[in-house]
Ligand binder design. Sequence first.
Ligand code: HSE
Length: 437
Amino acid sequence: MGKIGVGLVGWGTVGCGVIQTLRENADVIESRLGARLELLRVADLDLERQRPVSVPRQMLTTRMEDILGDPEIQIVIELMGGLKAARTLIVSALENGKHVVTANKALLAHHGNELFALARQKGLSLSFEASVGGGIPIVKSLREGLAGNRITTIFGILNGTANYILTRMSDNGLSFADALKEAQSLGYAEADPTLDVEGIDTAHKLAIAGAIAFGTPVQFDRVHTEGISKIDPVDIQFAEEFGYAIKLLAIARNVDGRLEMRVHPTLIPENHVLAGVKGAYNAIHLEGNAVGDVMLYGMGAGMMPTGSAVVSDLIDAARDILQGTPGRIPALAFLPDRGQKIEIKPVSDISTSYYFRFLALDKPGVLSKISGVLGSRGISIAAVIQKGRHADSVPIVMVTHEALESSVREALAEIDKLDLVLAPTTLIRIEDNASRV
Ligand code: HSE
């Protein structure tokens, strides 16, 4: 039985999941691969910290060079996270003729195009299943399982921390701050939760998934990104009254040859399949022109689920080594000379429906003033709720029909200047036409 040597850089949570999976499932992996995946070295700067999975002392090192310079190691797993050092490691591994597996979505969102080009030039693979949706095989599904399709739409819940927080706010009435504290105490959210709650982590993942789905380079800097930190429980209650749930959605769709790629809190019909995705789970709902609707659901983070995705990449890389076919499947699904840079629409050009919450003086004529401004910009109101009263102010909540975002922005700027309006208006986009699987 042949063997393929593997080196791991980053003995953290996911690293432990990889080591444990390789140990527990060695027999099935061997049966599928026809060779043994042999973990030869594990590198980390801190070798003393207690971990859930132990490693024999002689395999451990603090020096990446011990992995990069080991001729027995054919595949390097990068699980250190961060940008600079991880980029250096991946470039060095490729320069040293080693295939690379990474879970680093931030790195690929920022530097993926350059790293994929280098891997291709070297005839090596750079695999990244774990970077989008943790244990859910989203990359493989888009790149291989759905390769016969034109993908038309992606709707994803791609951040477990944000979804956990929204779930606790909607199901248990917690404030954003209390739900965040709870997520931190459970180990979902980092001490600095910015990447998760401000939608940046979701945007990293959408930039990668969107590139594979639509055959365009990774364009993270063009993804419109908003987070959930300004969502008030009152918006969740009003949304429910209108028959919607609020989710932090990653949305990508091809509209007449231009792409929408955006991440923001979104009202989706309460009977949409993504509305039932609760807690720290992730899900992605795809539409292909041949297959129709596809829904993938599972754990988007965690030691074993993410480890599962890394190991699946290892097996693919090992198969290509054994067959002599590295690069058989293009990293971003399309051949680099065939994909094209598709323009991503600025958010001002999208058309969708909107939820607005105005805080206004409770006086005769307020509603007609507000609706007058909306009407003058061609924005049609579908439903209104006004209730409750705090001293002289009252929340007025509206749902609109589809309107152009630039018109909506202009209307709200005008409305927020009215003396009758007491606070900046809350805007949340609605995806009414998201198909219901
Ligand atoms: N922090 C992410 C989440 C997992 O909460 O889903 C890693 O991308």
